[in-house]
Design a protein. Structure first.
Length: 154
């Protein structure tokens, strides 16, 4: 019974994250923008001839973004997640995305965008605030509902 319970909870583990991806995708579809799902840094570099070595640690790490939107002016790399409860995962995610924001700041024609939400951030508020101070494009479900995609992804 214990093993069965453990397997069931693991099956639910990222359900909120997948729901958030679906929500963000619905807003991307509604916007009419062309977007790509689950795209790796290497694919972005080869498709659009942009140097993302500062993010990939000179090609040593394989980062995959949930969505990528390519417009005439910019490549938007998008991550999205939802946390219904607190924990160390939130702190690590905030730190990781803060690093990506800092590393990508000077890459011309590239922007990192993060959509996140959930009550879990109540317990990790300081880490989220720290990332918010560095990452210009950090948005919530409320922002999505108020047409942030149309005003940010141009």
């Amino acid at each position: 019974l214990g093993v069965e319970s453990g397997l069931s909870s693991n099956g639910r583990k990222n359900r909120g994250g997948h729901l958030m991806e679906d929500l963000v995708e619905s807003f991307l579809k509604e916007s009419g923008l062309t977007y790509y799902k689950e795209m790796y840094l290497k694919e972005i570099q080869s498709n659009w001839n942009v140097d993302l070595s500062t993010i990939s640690n000179d090609g040593k790490s394989a980062k995959r973004f949930d969505f990528v939107v390519k417009t005439d002016n910019c490549i938007y790399a998008i991550e999205c997640n939802f946390y219904s409860s607190g924990g160390s995962k939130l702190n690590e995610t905030a730190r990781s995305y803060k690093m990506i924001a800092l590393e990508s700041k000077n890459i011309q024609g590239f922007k990192f965008v993060w959509f996140t939400d959930g009550l879990g951030w109540n317990s990790a508020r300081s880490n989220l605030k720290e990332t918010f101070e560095v990452l210009e494009d950090l948005y919530s479900i409320h922002d999505l509902e108020n047409n942030i995609i149309e005003s940010v992804l141009k």
